[in-house]
Design a protein around this ligand. Structure first.
Ligand SMILES: C[S@@+](CC[C@H](N)C(=O)[O-])C[C@H]1O[C@@H](n2cnc3c(N)ncnc32)[C@H](O)[C@@H]1O
Ligand code: SF4
Ligand code: SF4
Length: 366
């Protein structure tokens, strides 16, 4: 059975829930809104994936199992940069960037575009070949790459991803290829482990002859390749109810219904980072929404400028629903939700009204 939190943990979460909820409600009463003013957009190169992780919505996704054509990608990048977006995420909402045979072309397009700043993405690191790994080390604008590593040995890899040894071996090979580039992964790559809670290993613990090939490869990537170790992720959301407790019954992870997270008003992700799905649909947020309940337009019929404008009643409708705490299904259990009434650290912010004013100014080229 999947992990269940202890009574003590549950009590602590209830206390923290009410503390934060009161804080956000207080900010709301004072009329304070903290909408981020970053300039990043996610473009999903591939809606297909090579794995079928049991806690991921991918296996149950009904739309968008396509790869984005290169010419569409170029058109979307051009439109986004014209609107003032300078930073890009290529993390598929539920898919894998290197499933796309045009990934190298797309990376070159971004890297050589005169108006792009930086880009970053998560990958499961299984599909790139040696040539692609070499290429990654030579990209100029790649700011960050997160390796989502599923499992800690062959048994756990196969149990979590529902895939056989061949893909496990490719993952081990690729981590070793990264490690071979001595120290150059520093400040560029991170390992984000996703395995059973009971696996408590840290690179400082070292390895021995009983360590799995995957642990040995991760150890080399960290100690020789300079890859940052970001530990194991233990709590997963249900992708708006798509993932059920039965799906993760043989994983030692916690599946949350999101009820321990206070939701007050709109989520900042609605403003922070829109996403273009591989099929050209535009999603209000870069996080969830594979049920398309956050879709605000389609780039085959409208421009990005029109879709993101304050005149888009579908977009405004989603924000209004959030402000009334009437959240779409996909947002209800989402762990990434951040209230607009939570004062952020480290980036500039504004109000919702100002946000749209600024967007419209940018769209008008001001
Ligand atoms: C959906 S994946 C897409 C990119 C790529 N395929 C990968 O696995 O890195 C993006 C990230 O979401 C994480 N993820 C998947 N399902 C999740 C869930 N139910 N709760 C929290 N994170 C999840 C993955 O582990 C991964 O790090
Ligand atoms: S978590 Fe990533 S690798 Fe796993 S099925 Fe989802 S999209 Fe694919
Ligand atoms: S709650 Fe989650 S899915 Fe909904 S807008 Fe926020 S980050 Fe996106």
């Amino acid at each position: 059975m999947a992990y269940q939190p202890s009574l003590g943990t549950r009590i602590q979460r209830v206390i923290e829930y009410h503390r934060l909820r009161l804080k956000f409600l207080g900010e709301r009463v004072l009329g304070h809104e903290y909408v981020p003013l970053r300039r990043r957009i996610t473009i999903e190169p591939s809606g297909h994936c090579n794995l079928a992780c049991k806690f991921c919505g991918y296996a149950k996704k009904e739309q968008g199992r396509v790869v984005m054509p290169n010419e569409d990608f170029a058109r979307y990048i051009d439109q986004a940069t014209e609107l003032g977006f300078i930073d890009f995420s290529l993390t598929s909402s539920s898919g894998e960037i290197f499933f796309d045979k045009g990934a190298a072309w797309k990376l070159d397009y971004l890297d050589n575009h005169p108006l792009t700043g930086t880009y970053q993405f998560y990958t499961n690191l299984i599909l790139p070949n040696q040539a692609m790994i070499d290429k990654i080390f030579n990209l100029k604008k790649l700011e960050w790459m997160g390796f989502s590593i599923y499992g800690h040995d062959l048994e756990s890899f196969s149990r979590i991803t529902a895939k056989p040894e061949k893909q496990y071996n490719r993952l081990v090979t690729n981590l070793n290829r990264i490690a071979d580039n001595s120290g150059s992964g520093k400040d560029l790559f991170e390992i984000h482990l996703r395995t059973d809670r009971s696996f408590n290993w840290h690179p400082d613990d070292g390895i021995d002859e009983n360590s799995s090939d995957l642990v040995k490869a991760m150890y080399r990537a960290v100690t020789e390749g300079g890859v940052k170790w970001c530990g194991n992720w233990e709590i997963y959301d249900t992708w708006g109810g798509l993932v059920t407790p039965e799906d993760v019954v043989d994983l030692d992870v916690e599946l949350t219904d999101g009820s321990h997270q206070p939701k007050v008003g709109a989520c900042i992700l609605l403003f922070d980072e829109p996403m273009i799905f591989a099929d050209g649909a535009v999603n209000a947020c870069a996080c969830r929404g594979i049920d398309r309940s956050l879709q605000i337009g389609d780039l085959h019929t409208s421009s990005l400028k029109e879709i993101l404008s304050s005149d888009n009643t579908v977009f405004r409708g989603i924000i209004d629903r959030h402000q009334k705490s009437d959240y779409p299904e996909t947002c209800k259990d989402c762990m990434v939700y951040r209230s607009v009434y939570r004062k952020p650290r480290g980036w500039p912010f504004t109000t919702i009204a100002e946000f749209f004013k600024k967007h419209d100014e940018r769209a008008a080229g001001k």
